[in-house]
Design a protein around this ligand. Structure first.
Ligand SMILES: O=P(O)(O)OC[C@@H](O)[C@@H](O)c1c[nH]c2ccccc12
Length: 281
């Protein structure tokens, strides 16, 4: 068992709380090392953010947000063939509309430096896709950090934020020129996302409390989301048939990590292409 893997059965229902407890002591430590004022100053020097929602809706059907994910608390190590820049390059060359990069270190073995390196690689190969910072964001520091690293968008998980935190972090993200993917898992969370008028709504098929995956979750919640929103179906998408189901439900995009990351590099491109094709309408 890899060090980041948690005994999900033992911690049933508590994993998200464990992660947040960890974050709440990790972020203040980081703020001692690199003060907020400094991160703010660097944030203003980063290149202009790209239009994440625009990239997801440029074509009909379900566009692909492909995730660079090394490990997860439920699976432990996923990407045995780990080269984050090469993985992102493969995604970009094979039709992904945007990239998601896990930056949490403790549970996902990610880091912010991967995001910056990926942005750089995408620039070098002239495939400048928007990149999303995937982390457990609860503090303004993390929003400025995302911008400093060159993120175009970031994830806000409704389940871990108060109404006020959600509203303030969403506003700050927008003020810095980025866009927020606002993640919900049930009706009550969706209501809270709609209350702040979130434009991009992610429906997680994985319950972050139990780690159960059910694609019907997106089907159920999709029906409650008003027209004009950008809807992203997230997690547990394994086959082109799953992709077609998500597209038929009316998802503008899907978010896929594990299915691609667990493959050896030489099999990745073909799998990505098959998902891109299955999402087209
Ligand atoms: O690896 P999967 O099952 O394809 O899922 C990707 C993505 O949806 C998942 O990594 C995710 C969705 N929401 C999150 C919140 C935090 C960490 C991770 C996630």
């Amino acid at each position: 068992m890899s060090p980041s893997k948690l005994d999900i059965a033992k911690h049933k229902g508590e994993v998200l709380d464990l992660i947040m407890a960890w974050k709440r002591q990790e972020v203040p430590k980081q703020m001692e090392e690199v003060p907020l004022a400094q991160v703010k100053a660097f944030a203003h020097l980063a290149p202009e953010p790209l239009d994440f929602a625009g990239a997801l809706t440029a074509r009909p059907g379900a566009s692909l947000i492909a995730e660079v994910k090394r490990a997860s608390p439920s699976k432990g190590l996923i990407a045995h063939d780990w080269d984050p820049e090469l993985i992102a390059e493969t995604y970009a060359r094979n039709g992904a509309a945007a990239i998601s990069c896990l930056t949490d270190a403790r549970f996902f073995q990610g880091k912010l430096a991967y995001l910056t390196a990926i942005k750089e690689r995408l620039r070098e190969i002239k495939q400048p896709l928007p990149v999303l910072r995937k982390d457990f964001i609860y503090h303004e520091y993390q929003v400025y950090e995302a911008r400093m690293a060159g993120a175009d968008a970031l994830l806000l998980i409704v389940a871990v934020l108060s109404d006020r935190e959600l509203r303030e972090l969403y506003q700050l993200t927008t003020d810095l020129g980025m866009q927020a993917l606002v993640e919900v898992h049930d009706e009550a969370e969706l209501e809270r996302a709609l209350a702040i008028d979130a434009h991009i709504i992610g429906v997680n098929n994985r319950d972050l409390r139990t780690f159960q995956v059910d694609l019907e979750n997106t089907a159920r919640l999709r029906a409650l989301i008003p027209a004009g929103k950008v809807v992203v179906g997230e997690s547990g998408i394994r086959t082109p048939d799953d992709v077609r189901r998500m597209a038929e439900m009316g998802c503008d995009a899907i978010l896929v990590g594990e299915t691609f990351c667990k493959l050896p590099q030489q099999e990745r491109a073909a799998r990505v292409r098959s998902f891109v094709k299955a999402g087209r309408r």
